[in-house]
Design a protein around this ligand. Structure first.
Ligand code: SF4
Length: 401
């Protein structure tokens, strides 16, 4: 979730919202006396049904692209206590350390069935054998016998919904190594992938980039409808449509009830076709803010929706959607445009400068070089109209040293 420095006003909003939601469900202390005078359990994050799987999952999912404390991770345990029993991880997250540091938490909970664990493999080389190896490696690193859901990670080509891969998914499920199968996607082929999955069958769940900036996207909305019709469970990621904080302040978000990150989550949950939103929660302040929004019975007002739409319009030119094949194929050289803009987002929007610098410096030198490279064709093709040269120069200034 985008970093939003907590102002006193935001702090009061989160506190008020926590109180309002607790009051709605059970008093300001999170518990209320029952008829027999016993304290009722504190309210949990609400749940929805995940497509035709029939499984009930929380509407707020913990994004685990991070390392955890193997002795006792406060964030994981607090999230679990709030009802967030769904962890979204991947082989690629922290080079396997997300998995390895979730493994002790699974043991601490003591009953594997109390947790939902989704992981993803990139299937390097794009073969069935590679995905099968990835699934085994997920289980090994997480020290568990099965996943609840295995995703082909970050798909951007409909060929991965051809028969061999759908048969692979069926085989994975039959082996008992995963209960459900699907894919994640946030590139330029999201619509095509959703459309094909709705027709092909064999896909239980899709996690895809979806946020307040997509309301007017007719093709995407039709593809979402087709998936819902086909019984595919839908999970939203990248709900914050993160842009630099100073850009977001161009449209000062005004709300009596919600902070801007909360409003962005509420906007996704307002779409009942979406079962849940995964959120990169990496500190207890964000956890509290996210949970308060999830539990709140207050809906976004029309004015708040309109403010978000204005924000989407204003910030489109700095909001990269990761469709690397569009811009990078139009550049002589190996410059890694999408990755660089993602790392820049970690710095500017997520407040994670160290991570951004580390990832940027790990890119091969040729992928960072922009001097003498003509980026004009790439910029002309960019669907977001991003000034790619200016943004890459900004990345160099912020991340190279
Ligand atoms: S710069 Fe534009 S074309 Fe390139 S990945 Fe970002 S949004 Fe896509």
């Amino acid at each position: 979730m985008a970093k939003s420095p907590t102002t006193r006003r935001d702090f009061l909003k989160i506190a008020a919202l926590s109180g309002a939601s607790a009051g709605m469900f059970g008093g300001i202390a999170g518990a209320t006396p029952t008829d027999d005078g016993q304290a009722a359990p504190a309210p949990k994050v609400p749940r929805r049904t995940l497509g035709a799987t029939g499984e009930s999952i929380p509407i707020l999912l913990l994004g685990c692209a991070q390392r955890f404390d193997i002795k006792y991770d406060k964030l994981l345990h607090r999230a679990y206590a709030e009802g967030i029993d769904y962890l979204d991880t991947a082989l690629a997250y922290e080079k396997g350390w997300s998995h390895k540091t979730i493994a002790p938490f699974i043991k601490q909970i003591g009953d594997r069935k109390k947790l939902w664990i989704t992981s993803k493999g990139e299937g390097r080389g794009g073969t069935v054998a590679a995905y099968m190896r990835d699934l085994d490696l997920c289980l090994e690193q997480l020290e568990t016998d099965y996943l609840d859901l295995f995703f082909m990670h970050a798909l951007n080509d409909v060929k991965f919904l051809d028969k061999p891969f759908l048969e692979m998914g069926a085989k994975m499920k039959a082996s008992g190594k995963t209960r459900y199968f699907g894919f994640s996607s946030h590139g330029s082929q999201v619509v095509a992938l959703l459309e094909k999955a709705a027709k092909s069958g064999g896909i239980d769940v899709i996690m895809f980039a979806y946020n307040f900036g997509e309301y007017g996207n007719l093709e995407l909305n039709r593809a979402i409808d087709a998936c819902v019709e086909a019984g595919i469970g839908l999970i939203a990621m990248k709900t914050q449509k993160s842009v630099p904080a100073d850009q977001e302040q161009v449209v000062a978000f005004r709300s009596r009830n919600f902070t801007l990150p909360q409003a962005k989550l509420k906007a996704v949950w307002a779409d009942e076709r979406i079962t849940a939103a995964v959120s990169h929660i990496n500190n207890t302040r964000k956890l509290r803010e996210n949970v308060a929004a999830a539990k709140s019975p207050i809906a976004l007002s029309m004015d708040e929706f309109q403010q978000l739409q204005r924000l989407a319009t204003v910030t489109a030119p700095v909001s990269c959607r990761g469709c690397a094949e569009i811009c990078e194929s139009r550049v002589e050289g190996e410059v890694a445009i999408a990755d660089t803009l993602r790392f820049l987002m970690y710095h500017e929007a997520y407040g994670e400068p160290e991570k951004a610098r580390r990832l940027y410096r790990a890119l091969p030198e040729a992928a960072r070089r922009i001097d003498g490279i003509d980026l004009s064709r790439a910029a002309a093709a960019c669907p977001r109209g991003i000034d790619i040269a200016a943004r890459l120069r900004r990345a160099q200034e912020l991340l190279a040293t």
